[in-house]
Design a protein around this ligand. Structure first.
Ligand code: PGA
Length: 251
């Protein structure tokens, strides 16, 4: 199973900045990246094509979208359809990122709709799950993760494969805060997600990749990707600079 090292650039960068970062990153890892790694860049929509071109045929790289609207086409002002993302060269898309759940108000049901629609359209889906600090303090981690997985995967149980689905465990309190979950916390959450995947997807649950996200940095990446059931990382802040993200990719 290849480790998926994913960059989420969120709402940062101009086209010139994004293409420069992509080129620099590809050059920094060229020749050093082992073929058990896959690097995913999720830039803003405005630079998908430009970043794809900047990456050229860099081995092991692919492109993803941070979001889309679950419809083929239509009068949805401001939205982007999966088909349009595939047209730009996207292989992956995120759904259920905590910023979309908590800032943009996306519901569990809407996240589930995106996972099934995106997968049916041909995108590989990364379903993000994770508890808030209040839910953690209230001892509700497992209930929250189970519910987010159940809703998120509700309509794809028969369609998911280890190739078209990944889960990103991102504790909300660790995203963008510099406060990374400790190894015991990551191990416990990933073990729980793995057990749920095996229960829900008996055919492929053992092989679906589970990424960790939340303040991953060059100095903690090797420890995190070395943990059991951690099959990659989803990186925000530290993915914006080629130098720091290249050290994560090679960790
Ligand atoms: P962070 O973001 O690495 O800046 O904590 C992670 C994410 O939002 O996916």
């Amino acid at each position: 199973m290849k480790k998926l090292m994913a960059a989420n650039w969120k709402m940062y960068k101009t086209v010139a900045e994004g293409t420069a970062t992509a080129r620099e990153l590809a050059a920094l890892v060229a020749g050093s990246m082992t073929d058990d790694r896959e690097v995913l860049i999720c830039p803003p929509f405005t630079m998908l094509a430009a970043v794809r071109e900047a990456l050229g045929d860099a081995a092991g790289f692919c492109l993803g979208a941070q979001n889309f609207y679950p419809s083929e086409q239509g009068a949805f002002t401001g939205e982007i359809a999966p088909e349009q993302l595939l047209d730009q060269g996207c292989a992956y898309a995120l759904a259920g990122h905590s910023e979309r759940r908590h800032v943009l108000g996306e519901s569990d049901a809407f996240v589930g709709k995106k996972v099934s629609f995106g997968m049916a359209a041909g995108l590989k889906m990364i379903l993000c799950v994770g508890e808030t600090i209040d839910e953690r303090r209230a001892g509700k981690i497992e209930a929250v993760l189970a519910s987010q997985l159940r809703h998120g995967l509700r309509d794809v149980l028969d369609r998911s494969t280890a190739d078209n689905l990944a889960i990103a465990y991102e504790p909300v309190w660790a995203i963008g805060t510099g406060e990374v979950a400790g190894p015991e916390e990551i191990l416990a959450a990933h073990l729980f997600v793995r057990a749920k995947l095996i229960e829900m997807l008996p055919g492929c649950g053992a092989d679906v990749r589970i990424l960790y996200g939340g303040s991953v940095k060059p100095d903690n990446a090797a420890m995190i990707v070395g943990l059991d059931n951690v099959d990659g990382v989803l990186v925000g802040g530290a993915s914006l600079k080629a130098d720091s993200f290249s050290r994560i990719v090679l960790a």
